[in-house]
Write a protein that binds this ligand. Structure first.
Ligand SMILES: [Zn+2]
Length: 308
């Protein structure tokens, strides 16, 4: 069994009109490292690919990779580059390891765009998933350089270069022992999918009562936030009103993580009050917003005390 660490760079269309159906990125660089079973490096592969669809360097891609327009005018055509890559991989049993799942998607879409249906590649495994599930244990997607920093590994090479990022992926996988979790890959993947599904899910609750705004805001229905997964009452932060009718908070289930909570209060024409509560997985941005608003509220209170 051999391990191939693969990273690629791809160009994108410069405008919407130029976009070829199904092709979000066209491969311009392929970088790969080959390791034996004991994780000793045995070979390297690097190729420059001349794009056929997106011949003009996209501004953002150019900024990220440091590649100029002239850098995509030399090398090989994609069919030749892929033939070289397949030959380099050889016949021995192996798998391809990448950081994130984009490389596999891009590879498949490029093969399809070039109608290279006969090309057989080894199975892809996304080690970023293993890292998020087993090392940071939060199922998040960390950028390669961020993960290297967390593991206190050197980052002496310029990133967003296909070969360098393949080197970094291999370095990280080795240091964090990521390949030892490959037998559990399907379970890990399942947990990641579930986390992403939860992340996109929004839980709504609407309460309408014929009472005052004060009493509805004191009611258990509004205040008790149950975990959407296990239904336990979560420990919640104070609601902070950042507008007259809008409040934010967050709550935590020890098992299923933190949820961001938004309240919208509306006084209805019939004399009643309506409260809509929206709950979703807390993001770092949500937490920062909550903290900023809590500080503002604190400052207002202090100013009132001084003034009053
Ligand atoms: Zn829970």
């Amino acid at each position: 069994m051999k391990y191939i660490f693969l990273d690629m760079e791809w160009n994108q269309a410069v405008c919407k009109e130029q976009t070829v159906n199904g092709l979000t990125g066209e491969i311009i660089r392929i970088g790969a490292l080959m390791f034996d079973e004991d994780l000793n490096e045995i070979a390297r592969h690097y190729s420059c690919v001349i794009p056929k669809f997106y011949k003009q360097m996209n501004k953002n891609v150019g900024k990220l990779t440091g590649l100029k327009n002239s850098a995509i005018t030399y090398g090989m055509s994609f069919p030749n580059a892929i033939a070289c890559f397949v030959k380099w991989i050889g016949d021995e049993e192996c798998i391809i390891l990448t950081w994130g799942s984009e490389d596999e998607k891009i590879m498949r879409s490029n093969l399809a765009a070039y109608k290279l249906t006969g090309v057989k590649l080894p199975e892809f495994y996304d080690v970023q998933r293993i890292y998020g599930n087993k090392i940071t244990k939060d199922n998040k997607q960390y950028a390669l350089t961020a993960a290297l920093g967390q593991m206190q590994l050197p980052t002496e090479l310029p990133p967003h270069n296909a070969l360098n990022d393949a080197i970094y992926t291999a370095r990280l996988a080795k240091a964090a022992g990521l390949l030892s979790y490959l037998p559990e890959y399907d379970v890990i993947s399942g947990e990641i999918e579930e986390y992403r599904r939860l992340l996109s899910e929004v839980y709504y609750l609407n309460i309408h009562e014929n009472c005052s705004r004060e009493s509805i805001l004191k009611s258990d229905k509004v205040n008790d936030c149950l975990c959407p997964v296990c239904d336990i009452k979560m420990k919640r932060q104070e609601f902070i009103f950042h507008k007259d009718n809008c409040a934010v908070s967050y709550a935590e289930c020890p098992e299923h993580g933190e949820y961001y909570i938004k309240l919208k209060i509306k006084e209805c024409p019939d004399g009643g009050v309506s409260v809509t509560r929206k709950m979703k997985i807390l993001t770092p941005q949500n937490r920062a917003f909550y903290r900023a608003k809590a500080e503002e509220a604190e400052a207002r209170k202090a100013a009132q005390l001084v003034g009053g």
